[in-house]
Design a protein around this ligand. Structure first.
Ligand SMILES: [Zn+2]
Ligand SMILES: [Zn+2]
Length: 451
């Protein structure tokens, strides 16, 4: 769960001060970093915006030892002030000794003031406030000290200070020792919602394992190739799709990571194409995807296979024919479709599937608009209500245009209820309360289902 950014004033209020109004009366300006540290309002380890902070004890030590360098600890932390005044030492406690040693060296220049100190991409970053130009000698010493500290930070666990590795973990660069990395992964697992945990777990699996798991889970996305169809292709053409059994860590094989990056409507085309490509046993797929509304297939030929220009030409022709067919075939359902620019992307859709895209987009627009909106705000704004009413009428029309086949493909949707929304009178008659509930709860859910 992403931590919400909490304004400083709020942070103070939630930090156990008994009378929130008293802050306004007694302290007209927000407290400085030094005051915050004195009250224990800083250095919790993790700041309200999810960044790391050095502990109170270590932050205090640094400020006391190097008063000139960290003089912004006494500056008013208004939004326009340098980040250090607001954030303090924005790195983990494991880097305390690195920062301490660096500070000793930096203190040789009495004009130097730290304007920001933080972790970025797993490295220590220090920025200075403008100061009178130091002598060349001092400037060189400062640069060398900084470079050394950055190099140390790269191999020092930000949490505990032991030897660590700078690596991307779950999308973020950081330096951790093995124990701290494991500990954080455990903590994150507890915090992550189950659906995200499942997704992360799937990322580690091979394409084959992923398809098996997805097939068993019954989860479906309207715009993906169904796991049953993926498994059918893998079973029929195991040599052609052999990357499906490779670990998804080889960046040269997009297929091993991404699998079939197409929607279900092109299954027939890909099945027929695969039968033709499988004739060449030296060939295997490294990527198969939709791009600009057209099927794209990339393959590799085994190095030691004898050259065969005739066979190569046949394979190229098979791919071209399949791609041409894809441009006339609805990606979602396989019915005849047209290739057009829709929602800033070129895609191939039949009429009904195009309308489902519209419903999905409308739901997402509503969800975006309604995010965290209180009923009172909604009730007070006629404009927003009208915008929602209009979107609902459009959804009603799109729903009414769905033939039985496409309704069957999307079980669990109350089509009759959606269809009634096309009656403008009915939608105009909905009061703010009903609208708010539909727009705030049902529309986002429906949008997710149709994605
Ligand atoms: Zn550690
Ligand atoms: Zn379609």
């Amino acid at each position: 769960m992403a931590a919400k950014q909490v304004p400083r004033q709020k942070k103070l209020r939630s930090a156990g001060l008994s009378n929130p109004n008293a802050i306004k009366l007694d302290i007209p300006t927000p407290p400085t970093l030094r005051e915050c540290l004195a009250r224990g309002l800083f250095g919790s380890g993790i700041s309200p915006h999810g960044h790391r902070e050095m502990t109170v004890a270590h932050s205090k030590q640094l400020i006391e030892r190097y008063p000139s360098l960290y003089r912004l600890a006494d500056a008013s932390p208004v939004p326009s002030s340098p980040p250090f005044a607001r954030e303090g030492f924005a790195c983990g406690d494991g880097w305390f000794e690195i920062v301490d040693r660096l500070s000793t060296k930096l203190s040789v220049d009495p004009n130097l003031v730290v304007g920001q100190l933080k972790e970025k991409l797993g490295l220590l970053r220090v920025y200075f406030e403008l100061s009178p130009l130091p002598s060349n000698e001092i400037e060189e010493a400062t640069d060398a000290a900084l470079a050394e500290a950055v190099a140390e930070s790269r191999i020092t666990c930000e949490r505990c200070g032991k030897h660590g590795e700078n690596a991307q973990r779950e999308g973020h660069w950081s330096v951790k020792c093995d124990a701290c990395a494991a500990e954080e992964a455990r903590r994150k697992k507890v915090l992550l919602p189950p659906w995200m945990r499942r997704l992360l777990a799937l990322r580690e699996k091979t394409v084959f394992e992923r398809s098996k798991l997805l097939a068993a889970s019954g989860e479906r996305s309207r715009l993906d190739l169904s796991p049953e169809h993926a498994l059918a292709l893998l079973e029929k053409y195991p040599v052609l799709y052999r990357e499906a059994w490779a670990a998804p860590t080889n960046p040269a094989s997009r297929f091993a990571c991404g699998g079939f990056e197409i929607s279900d409507g092109w299954f027939g085309i890909v099945d027929r194409l695969s039968a033709r490509l499988a004739k060449d046993s030296a060939l295997h797929i490294v990527q198969i995807k939709e791009k600009y509304g057209r099927l794209k297939v990339y393959f590799e030929i085994d190095e030691n296979a004898p050259p065969d220009p005739r066979l190569d030409a046949e394979m190229e022709a098979a791919i071209d024919e399949a791609a041409d067919e894809s441009e006339r075939t609805c990606e979602v359902c396989g019915e005849p479709g047209t290739s057009e620019e829709r929602h800033r992307w070129v895609s191939v859709r039949c009429g009904p599937c195009d309308q489902i895209d519209e419903i999905s987009a409308a739901c997402e627009r509503i969800a975006e608009r309604m995010k965290d909106m209180a009923l009172a705000t909604f009730t007070a704004s006629g404009n927003i209500q009208d915008a929602v009413r209009l979107a609902l009428v459009n959804i009603g029309h799109a729903a009414a245009g769905q033939p039985p086949k496409s309704r069957e493909r999307l079980p669990g949707i109350d089509w009759q209820r959606l269809e009634r929304l096309k009656e403008t009178q009915a939608v105009m008659g909905m009061n703010a309360d009903e609208l708010w509930r539909f727009a705030g709860k049902e529309a986002p859910k429906l949008g997710r289902k149709l994605r």
